[in-house]
Design a protein around this ligand. Structure first.
Ligand code: SF4
Ligand code: SF4
Length: 93
């Protein structure tokens, strides 16, 4: 198991039904040439769908690192912590 996979294994998820991550404007993503959200997110939450021309958001996988608050060059991602009682916790030991 890779070091990243080992770290991800220590996380427990309690997924909310509503996403805490929102793409503000899909049109902006359409014209974004770099689409670096696909690279900077360690949990592979963002995926550009070439067929539907939109950024898909697998918010269930988010590990709340906060990178996408500053990582999108167009500031096109709205990020808040999941509602109380939802989100991730870490297993130790
Ligand atoms: S980096 Fe930002 S603007 Fe570009 S595709 Fe991702 S969310 Fe959209
Ligand atoms: S907070 Fe971190 S893990 Fe969650 S979507 Fe943003 S970059 Fe990915």
């Amino acid at each position: 198991m890779s070091a990243l996979a080992e770290k991800l294994y220590t996380i427990r998820y309690k997924v909310d039904e509503q996403s805490h991550l929102v793409i503000k404007d899909q049109e902006t993503c359409l014209h974004c040439r770099t689409k670096e959200c696909q690279d900077f997110c360690p949990a592979e939450v963002y995926h550009w769908d070439e067929k539907d021309k939109m950024t898909n958001v697998a918010f269930e996988n988010c590990i709340e690192c906060g990178t996408c608050r500053i990582g999108c060059p167009a500031h096109n991602i709205e990020w808040v912590y999941p509602k109380g009682g939802h989100g991730i916790t870490y297993k130790f030991g």
